[in-house]
Design a protein around this ligand. Structure first.
Ligand code: URA
Length: 237
C-alpha cells in the first residue's frame, strides 16, 4: 500500500510546488475519498484514493516514463547551467522534480531515450546485469568488412584495456557504411570506441531500440510521449 503525504500528491498531480499545494489543501479545495481534508501531512493510499481538487477528479501517478526522440545538440542530463538538456525538452508537459534520462546518449547522438523519475527502474534498465539490448544504427566513415564484423562480434578490447561484451552486428547498406550494432552494456562512448578498434569513425549515431521497445516512428526529433503500460512490458522482452 503506497502511502504518501497529501501535499506531495497534490503538488505532483497539479504540478505545483509543495508550498502551493499546502495552501490549496488549507483552503479546503482538496477532497479525499469524499471528505474535505485540510491537513497536508495526512498520508493517503495513492493506489486506491479518489482525489478531487478544486472540483476536478484527479489521478495520481507515482512515476512517469517518457519516450523521447533525442535530437543532436541536446545534453543527456537533468539540468545544466547553460546548455539545454533532455529534461528541459519534456518540461513543457512533464514538469516534475527528479526527472532524469535513463543512461546517456552523446550530445551528437539521436534517437530513443527514456526520461523518468523512477530511480529503481532507471538503474535496472542501465545495469549491465540486466543484459538489456540497445540497438544503434551507425553511419561509419569507412565500409565495415566481414572481418570487422567478426572482431566486433567476438567482443573487442578498447584502447584503454576495457573489455566489451560481444556485439551483434549487421551491415545494412550496399556500401557497407551503415550498420546496426546491438550491445548489452552502456560504457562511455561504447559504440564509437568499439568502432575505433576496427579503424572506423562514426559520422552519425542513432539509437533505435532498448530491449523490446522500439522508437515510435511517429515521433520526430525532439518529440516525446508518455510510455504506455504495454510499452513498459515490451521493454523487458
Ligand atoms: N555509444 C556511443 O559511442 N555514444 C552514444 O551516444 C551511445 C553509445
Amino acid at each position: 500500500m503506497p502511502l504518501e503525504r497529501l501535499d506531495k500528491v497534490v503538488s505532483s498531480v497539479c504540478e505545483i510546488s509543495r508550498k502551493d499545494a499546502r495552501s490549496v489543501i488549507k483552503c479546503g479545495q482538496v477532497v479525499v475519498d469524499g471528505v474535505t481534508v485540510k491537513d497536508a501531512a495526512v498520508r493517503i493510499d495513492t493506489e486506491t484514493v479518489k482525489l478531487t481538487i478544486s472540483g476536478e477528479d484527479k489521478t495520481y501517478k507515482q512515476f512517469v516514463y517518457i519516450m523521447l526522440n533525442k535530437p543532436q545538440g541536446i545534453l543527456s542530463a537533468s539540468n545544466d547551467r547553460s546548455r539545454k538538456t533532455v529534461v528541459d525538452l519534456v518540461k513543457a508537459d512533464f514538469d516534475r522534480p527528479g526527472l532524469f534520462p535513463v543512461g546517456r546518449l552523446d550530445k551528437d547522438t539521436t534517437g530513443l531515450l527514456i526520461v523518468t523519475d523512477d530511480g529503481d527502474f532507471g538503474h535496472k534498465v542501465i545495469s549491465p546485469k540486466s543484459f538489456i539490448e540497445k540497438e544503434y544504427i551507425v553511419l561509419c566513415d569507412k565500409p565495415i568488412t566481414d572481418r570487422d564484423v567478426k572482431v566486433l562480434e567476438q567482443g573487442v578490447t578498447l584502447a584503454d584495456g576495457t573489455p566489451c561484451r560481444p556485439a551483434k552486428v549487421l551491415v545494412l547498406s550496399e556500401d557497407r557504411m551503415t550498420v546496426s550494432i546491438v550491445i548489452t552494456e552502456g560504457k562511455y562512448h561504447e559504440i564509437k570506441r568499439m568502432l575505433g578498434v576496427v579503424g572506423a569513425g562514426v559520422c552519425q549515431l542513432h539509437r533505435k531500440r532498448i530491449g523490446g521497445l522500439t522508437l515510435d516512428p511517429t515521433l520526430n526529433l525532439g518529440c516525446y510521449r508518455e510510455l504506455s503500460v504495454s510499452d513498459l512490458c515490451n521493454l523487458w522482452k
